[in-house]
Ligand binder design. Structure first.
Ligand SMILES: *Cc1c(COP(=O)(O)O)cnc(C)c1O
Length: 415
């Protein structure tokens, strides 16, 4: 007999999550998680919390879609529910401009593949019915590209990421929605990075019938909770006709536990699977905090602080290629080119959690989720500048910080 292997209790340090996500969860959300009592998934207050969360999610997302709720898990869990509408042989056009839309494209290819196509290349199928339109890393997907592809293909489904976190680019969701309407496609959108940061309302985009987001970016609720999804009636009607090859990730069945049955809000939810009262309490608190801050104000705050960070790293000699407001994607100064991963490792080793890009080309990503204050941005700028200097870059830190001061002073003067 070998001794059972028991490890000491796990300690995880608090780091500064200054990447694309997750963001540091608000202490009030963590408290809601830890202070919830143990109650089963059909207990009245757990169910009330789910129904209230559903209603708050509709406010946050600006939609009257009845099928708006959370999917237990991460962003890809919500995306899986949304993409489950795609059946083998379905005609799809997917626009890809970075890591995450690339993975979504893979999911789409797996779901749209026939049995033969899947068996021919099980991990990376290339179904004839799917067109992947690839836009170079660092560029946004624009109206002309979208319109041309949908006009040519006339697909049943079209897919795009709203904000592509891999390259830090915002894609043209207005053009996407319009082109879907014009060419008779049903639009599906990965809104993992934009929900809770961009000031937009689902109901302004009638060409998009499915939306999927995540818990840990703009909504700031990492204690593994719920990936928000929202589906228009057109999407739900389609699933009712075609069916869907999943019980747990079924867009209609999953909604029952949130009190959506037969297309209507009902006061008494039905069991779908076991939900955690802790997760419900945390998710509820995260939604409350976001709505209290106000989406429009939050969007302005992100834009303002991202501008400050972007100007500061530019003053250090970096080149910013992103246009998202929660994330700066940059090339290092020419003297440090090629040493991106080393720099990121150095930063991460001291609890400053920045990221490289996950697909080519290698760039550095610095995020500001939940760091939208002057001291927080100043801290990030100081740590990043020090890391560059440690690797031999000549940084005029006093000049960089003076520039940062001017950004904030000008804002204060304008108020
Ligand atoms: C982070 C991200 C994902 C993946 O989300 P997980 O929570 O890691 O599953 C998908 N799409 C986009 C655009 C993202 O930013």
């Amino acid at each position: 007999m070998t001794e059972p292997k028991v490890f000491p209790p796990l300690t995880i340090p608090e780091t500064l999550a200054a990447g694309p996500g997750p963001g540091n969860t608000d202490a009030r959300v963590l408290a809601a998680f830890a202070n919830a009592g143990l109650a089963d998934h059909m207990q009245a207050d757990v169910l009330r919390g789910m129904i209230e969360s559903k209603l708050m999610l509709r406010s946050l997302w600006g939609t009257r879609n009845i099928h708006t709720y959370g999917v237990g898990g991460t962003g890809f869990s919500g995306l899986d529910v949304m993409l489950n509408a795609i059946l083998p042989g379905d005609k799809v056009v997917a626009f890809v401009n970075g890591t995450f839309s690339g993975i979504d494209g893979l999911t789409i290819r797996m779901k749209a593949a026939t049995r033969e196509e899947l068996a021919a290349s099980p991990m990376d199928p290339r179904p004839a019915s799917v067109t992947i339109v690839t836009i170079p890393h660092g560029q946004s997907i624009g109206a002309e590209t979208i319109d041309r592809a949908l006009a040519e293909q006339k697909p049943k489904w079209a897919f795009m990421a709203h904000w592509e976190t891999g390259s830090g680019r915002i894609n043209d969701i207005r053009a996407f929605s319009d082109a879907c309407l014009k060419h008779g496609a049903m639009g599906l959108v990965d809104a993992v990075s934009s929900l809770g940061i961009a000031d937009f309302a689902i109901d302004d985009y009638p060409g998009v019938v499915g939306w999927a987001s995540c818990p840990q970016k703009g909504v700031l609720c990492l204690p593994l909770t719920y990936a928000p999804v929202s589906f228009a009636d057109r999407y739900i009607d389609e699933i009712r006709k075609t069916g869907c090859a999943s019980y747990v990730h079924h867009p209609i069945l999953e909604a029952r536990h949130w009190g959506v049955i037969d297309g209507k809000d009902v006061p008494a939810p039905a069991y779908h699977r076991t939900h955690s009262g802790y997760a419900v309490a945390a998710f509820h608190e995260a939604l409350r905090l976001t709505l209290i801050h106000g989406l429009a104000q939050k969007a302005r705050d992100y834009a303002f602080h991202e501008k400050a960070l972007s100007a500061a790293v530019t003053a250090m000699g970096c080149t910013v290629t992103s246009n998202m407001t929660s994330l700066v994607v940059l090339n290092l100064p020419p003297s440090l080119a090629g040493r991106e991963k080393e720099l990121v490792q150095n930063c991460r080793a001291v609890g400053f959690g920045i990221w490289p890009t996950l697909s080519e080309p290698v760039q550095v990503r610095i995020g500001i989720l939940n760091q939208i204050t002057r001291p927080a941005i100043t801290g990030i700028v100081t740590r990043f500048g020090a890391a560059l200097a440690d690797m031999g870059a000549e940084i005029d830190m006093a000049g960089v910080l003076a520039g940062l001061d001017r950004h904030y002073q000008a804002a204060m003067a304008a108020e």
